[in-house]
Design a binder for this molecule. Structure first.
Ligand SMILES: CC(C)(COP(=O)(O)OP(=O)(O)OC[C@H]1O[C@@H](n2cnc3c(N)ncnc32)[C@H](O)[C@@H]1OP(=O)(O)O)[C@@H](O)C(=O)NCCC(=O)NCCS
Length: 183
């Protein structure tokens, strides 16, 4: 598996993977393996890919996109309502003695790993590659996980070694807030 930054040529494959695991379009069969709720327009994807270098991919030996992880600073994510909410609650959730805010953290996620390569180490690989991409810019990465997404929570705590630093509610859903040092 190759871990690489996305270019605009990858956008159709990224959108197809996102659609497969998005709560609005996921199949009954796939839903137990987790789902994502974030939607981005083509213009927002272009900004993330081209200007922010915020889309990390896992590609197999045929060049097929098998996973993506999105990440960016809060100035980018402020346009997504749940992320704006995260910036409001973050100051109440210190991590390892450090107060977190919009300057010392960035937001990773959503992440999607195709069902054909789940449990094979691709999740750990893309997680590490995405974290490395931002380590020079921010000391701490944070993300959110829906409390009904047990698979994602297990992956992010057991495989990615993230720490739960608090909980918050948004749109009648309950979320865990997770953090990890980038180095
Ligand atoms: C979440 C996701 C990225 C994790 O990647 P993955 O390759 O499935 O992760 P892994 O299989 O390495 O690890 C998941 C662990 O959770 C366990 N697990 C599976 N279903 C579970 C459940 N319902 N509750 C708790 N643990 C569960 C697995 O057994 C595995 O642990 P193990 O290796 O010790 O057996 C991937 O499943 C995915 O893309 N899901 C759809 C989209 C999504 O939910 N994205 C995250 C949004 S926050």
């Amino acid at each position: 598996m190759e871990y690489t930054l996305a270019t605009m040529n990858d956008l159709p494959a990224i959108k197809a993977l996102l659609a497969r695991y998005h709560k609005d379009t996921i199949s009954q069969e796939d839903i137990a393996g987790g789902f994502v709720t974030t939607k981005l327009s083509d213009q927002q994807f272009e900004d993330l890919i081209v200007n922010r270098k915020g889309v990390t991919l896992a590609k197999d030996e045929n060049g097929t996109v098998k996973a993506f992880a999105l990440a960016a600073g809060w100035d980018y994510w402020m346009q997504v309502p749940i992320m704006k909410r995260m910036t409001e609650v973050l100051p109440d959730m210190p991590f390892e003695g450090t107060a977190l805010d919009e300057t010392n953290t960035y937001q990773y996620g959503p992440v999607c790993v195709d069902v054909s390569v789940r449990g094979t180490g691709v999740f750990e690989g893309i997680f590490k590659a995405s974290l490395k991409q931002f380590e020079d810019q921010y000391p701490v990465m944070v993300t959110f996980i829906n409390q009904i997404n047990g698979r994602s929570y297990a992956a992010h705590t057991k495989k990615a070694h993230m720490t739960e630093i608090g909980t918050f509610d948004f749109n009648n859903n309950h979320y865990w807030m997770m953090a990890i040092k980038t180095r």
